[in-house]
Design a protein around this ligand. Structure first.
Ligand code: 0O2
Length: 213
C-alpha cells in the first residue's frame, strides 16, 4: 500500500478479484451439474478482508503496510465447501489445471492439522485483475474444506472473538474433541459414499449382463 493511498483505492483490485473468482468457481459447480455429474463444489463464498482485520494481522505479523501486497496473502479470500474429503483433492486438481491463476503455495492442513484442530486445504495464487491503469497482479487465497470442517472452523472462529484468542484449557480440549468428531464424520461419509458407488456399479453391471443374455 502506498503512503498517500486510501484504503478504498487500495482494495479496489481485491474486490474485483473476489467478485470475478466467485463467478468462476461457481461456474465449475454449474458445469458439473449440467452434465449430471457429482459436483466437487457444494458452495463458494468470498470476502475482502476488512481493514481492521488487515491492520490487526499486519501488527501481529510485523508486516509494514507498504509490504501488504506481497506479504499478506489473504486480503482477497475465497472459500470452497465440499461434501467429501475426496472432493477437496479434486478441487485442488481443477485449480492446478487453470491458466487464469498461478499457484504459488499450497498448505495442506488436512494431512497436517493445526494445533487447534483446524483442518482445511489452502491454495495461494496470483491473479491478474484488469484495472483502469492496466493489469494488476494480486495475491489471493482459497480455503477448501468439507461442510463439517467449515462448521467447526466457523464456530471456533466466532468463539475466538469472544475469548480474544485465549481459550480456557477446557474449551481448547473440547474444541479438539469436536475436531476429532468432525474427522470421524468425514471418514464415515466417505465410506458410505464409496459403498453406494460400488453398489451402483454392481447394479449397473448385473443389469447389463442380464440384458445381454
Ligand atoms: P480471517 O479472515 O478472519 O479468517 P499461520 O502463520 O499459519 O497461522 P497464515 O500464514 O496467515 O497463518 O496462513 P494460514 O494459516 O494458511 O491462513 C490463515 C487463515 O486460515 C485464517 O485467516 C483463518 O481463516 C484460517 N485459519 C487458520 N488457522 C485457523 C484456526 O485454528 N481456526 C480457524 N477457525 N481458522 C483458521 P485469519 O487471518 O485468521 O483471518
Amino acid at each position: 500500500m502506498e503512503e498517500n493511498q486510501s484504503w478504498d483505492e487500495f482494495l479496489v483490485p481485491y474486490q474485483q478479484a473476489v467478485e470475478e473468482l466467485k463467478i468462476k468457481l461457481k461456474g465449475i459447480r454449474k458445469q458439473f451439474r449440467k452434465e449430471n455429474l457429482h459436483t466437487p463444489i457444494e458452495f463458494v463464498t468470498g470476502r475482502v478482508k476488512p481493514v481492521d482485520s488487515i491492520l490487526a494481522k499486519a501488527e501481529l505479523r510485523n508486516i509494514p503496510l507498504k509490504h501488504l501486497e506481497t506479504d499478506m496473502q489473504d486480503i482477497a479470500g475465497l472459500r470452497i465447501m465440499c461434501q467429501f474429503v475426496e472432493d477437496i483433492h479434486e478441487v485442488v486438481r481443477l485449480l492446478r489445471n487453470r491458466n487464469d491463476i498461478k499457484i504459488i503455495e499450497e498448505r495442506d492442513y488436512i494431512t497436517n492439522k493445526k494445533e487447534s484442530g483446524y483442518r482445511s486445504y489452502h491454495v495461494v495464487f496470483e491473479y491478474p485483475v484488469q484495472v483502469i491503469e492496466g493489469e494488476k497482479i494480486i495475491l489471493a487465497e482459497v480455503q477448501i474444506r468439507t461442510l463439517s470442517m467449515n462448521f467447526w472452523a466457523t464456530i471456533e472462529h466466532s468463539l475466538n472473538y469472544k475469548y480474544n484468542g485465549e481459550f480456557p484449557e477446557d474449551i481448547k480440549l473440547r474444541l479438539k474433541r469436536a475436531a476429532e468428531a468432525v474427522f470421524q464424520l468425514d471418514e464415515e461419509m466417505s465410506q458410505i459414499r464409496e459403498e453406494i458407488q460400488e453398489a451402483q456399479h454392481m447394479f449397473s453391471y448385473s443389469k447389463r449382463s442380464s440384458t445381454e443374455e
